[in-house]
Design a protein. Structure first.
Length: 430
C-alpha cells in the first residue's frame, strides 16, 4: 500500500492535482476561522446549546464555520440546491434537456445557469439567516453588537460572498484537482468535525450521559454501516454482451464477449446531499416570518424529529431513482450497443435491450435506494436511543465520507493507470 501511495506522488500530473486540491481545502479551512465582524460569539454559541437544530446541520457541513459565524458559514448549500433544481429542469424543460445532450457546449450553458441560480438562492438563504439572527437574543443579548439594518446587510453580503467563493473553489478542484470539488468540500467539512465529535462523546461518557455498553454498540453499528456502504457501493451486476465478427471497410474485427457493469448504487452520495440540502430550504424561508406556525415548523424540521427523518428517507429514495436515470440512460446504452453490433444474449437489439436494461437497473436501484435511505436514518434512532440528540454524526455523515473517499480513490487510480502506474485498488479478474 505504501508503495502504491508513493507511486501516486511520483506521477507528476497526479501529484500536482493532489497538491492543488490540498491547497484549496486549506483555504476552505482557513476561511472557516474568519468570523464576520460585529457579531457576539457567545450569543452565536447559544444556538447550539439546545440540541439538534438546522444551525447544527449547517455547522457540520461547513466544518464548524457556522458556530463562529465565519464567512463560510453558509457553505455550498446554495450551489447544491441550484444543482438539484437544474437536474429537475432537465426532465420538465425541453431546452435544458437539449443542453444536456449538446456535450461540452451544453454543459457550459447548464453550469452558467446553475451559477446564477446559486447566486439567487444564496441571497435568499443569507438574508434568511441574517434576519433570523437579527431577531434572536440570549439572556437579553443580541447577536449583533450594533443592532441595525446595516448589520443584516453586512452579514448577508459576507455569507453570500463566502458561499460563492466556495462554489468557485469547488469548481477549481473538479477541473484542476482530484475528485468532485463540491463533494470534497462537504467531505472535508464533516471530517474536520470528527475531533470535536470525539471530544463531545468523551464528555458524555464522563458525565454519565451514556454508558460504555451503549458506546460500544454505537461504534459497532458505525463499523457495520461503513462496511455495508463499501460493499454496496462496490456491488454491481455484469450484463453479458456478445460482439460478432464484422467487416468495417477493409478491416475485419474479431468477435468477442464483454459486459455492461450496472452498479447497485449508481448515484453515489449525491441523493443524500440533495435530500439534506432540500430539507434545509423550508427552514430558511421560515426565518423571514414570525408566528406560532413558523416556530412549530422549525421544531418539527429539527433533524432528529420523526417528520424530518421520514422525509429524509423518502427524499433519498426518490433522488436515488431520479439521479440514476440521469447518469445511466438505458436508451443511449442500447443505441450505442446496437451501433457497435453487440447484443445481450437472448435479447433483441434496440428497444427490447433498453427495456431489459431498465428492468435490471430498476431492481438494483430499488435495493440501493432503500439501503441509502435506511443508512441515512437508522443512526438517528440510535443516537436518540442513547440520549445524545445533540450529537449529529450519523449515517448521513458516514455515507458521505465513505462514498466520496471511494470515488476520489477511483479517480486517482484511473489517473495513475493512464500514466502506467499501479492503482490503489487491485481490479478483480473475472
Amino acid at each position: 500500500m505504501a508503495q502504491n501511495v508513493m507511486s501516486a506522488f511520483r506521477a507528476s500530473d497526479l501529484s500536482r492535482r493532489i497538491g492543488f486540491s490540498l491547497l484549496m481545502l486549506l483555504v476552505f479551512r482557513l476561511g472557516a476561522h474568519i468570523p464576520i465582524p460585529g457579531v457576539n460569539p457567545n450569543v452565536i454559541q447559544s444556538l447550539f446549546l439546545h440540541g439538534a437544530s438546522i444551525f447544527a446541520l449547517l455547522n457540520l457541513f461547513s466544518g464548524g464555520a457556522t458556530a463562529t459565524l465565519s464567512i463560510f458559514a453558509l457553505s455550498i448549500i446554495p450551489y447544491i440546491n441550484a444543482s438539484i433544481i437544474m437536474q429537475l429542469m432537465t426532465v420538465v424543460i425541453p431546452q435544458v434537456e437539449e443542453w444536456q445532450k449538446e456535450g461540452q457546449e451544453g454543459q457550459k450553458k447548464m453550469t452558467q445557469v446553475t451559477r446564477w441560480l446559486a447566486l439567487g438562492l444564496g441571497l435568499l438563504q443569507s438574508l434568511g439567516i441574517s434576519y433570523y439572527l437579527y431577531n434572536y437574543s440570549n439572556n437579553g443579548q443580541s447577536v449583533y453588537l450594533h443592532h441595525t439594518i446595516g448589520s443584516i446587510l453586512l452579514t448577508t453580503v459576507m455569507l453570500l460572498s463566502g458561499s460563492i467563493f466556495l462554489m468557485w473553489v469547488g469548481e477549481q478542484i473538479t477541473e484542476r484537482g482530484v475528485g468532485n470539488g463540491i463533494s470534497l468540500l462537504v467531505f472535508f467539512g464533516i471530517v474536520s468535525r470528527i475531533p470535536f465529535g470525539t471530544q463531545q462523546m468523551v464528555r458524555y461518557l464522563t458525565a454519565g450521559v451514556i454508558s460504555w455498553p451503549k458506546l460500544i454498540i454505537f461504534l459497532v453499528i458505525a463499523l457495520v454501516i461503513i462496511a455495508a456502504v463499501v460493499w454496496v457501493n462496490e456491488g454491481q451486476r455484469k450484463v453479458p454482451v456478445q460482439y460478432p465478427k464484422r467487416m468495417v471497410g477493409r478491416k475485419l474485427y474479431q468477435g468477442g464477449t464483454s459486459h455492461i457493469p450496472i452498479r447497485v448504487n449508481q448515484a453515489g452520495v449525491i441523493p443524500v446531499i440533495f435530500a439534506i440540502s432540500l430539507l434545509i430550504l423550508p427552514y430558511t424561508i421560515g426565518t423571514f416570518f414570525k408566528g406560532a406556525w413558523v416556530t412549530t415548523m422549525q421544531r418539527y424540521f429539527g433533524f432528529t424529529s420523526p417528520i424530518y427523518i421520514a422525509l429524509e428517507f423518502l427524499l433519498v429514495v426518490v433522488f436515488t431513482f431520479f439521479y440514476t436515470q440521469v447518469v445511466f440512460k438505458v436508451e443511449d446504452v442500447a443505441d450505442n450497443l446496437k451501433k457497435a453490433g453487440g447484443n445481450i444474449p437472448g435479447i433483441r437489439p434496440g428497444r427490447p435491450t433498453a427495456e431489459y436494461l431498465a428492468r435490471v437497473s430498476g431492481r438494483l436501484t430499488l435495493v440501493g435506494a432503500v439501503f441509502l435511505g435506511l443508512v441515512a436514518v437508522i443512526p438517528s434512532f440510535v443516537t436518540m436511543g442513547m440520549g445524545v440528540n445533540g450529537l449529529y454524526f450519523g449515517g448521513t455523515s458516514l455515507l458521505i465520507i465513505v462514498g466520496v473517499a471511494l470515488d476520489t480513490l477511483k479517480q486517482m487510480q484511473a489517473q495513475m493507470l493512464t500514466q502506467n502506474y499501479q492503482g490503489f485498488m487491485k481490479t478483480k479478474r473475472s
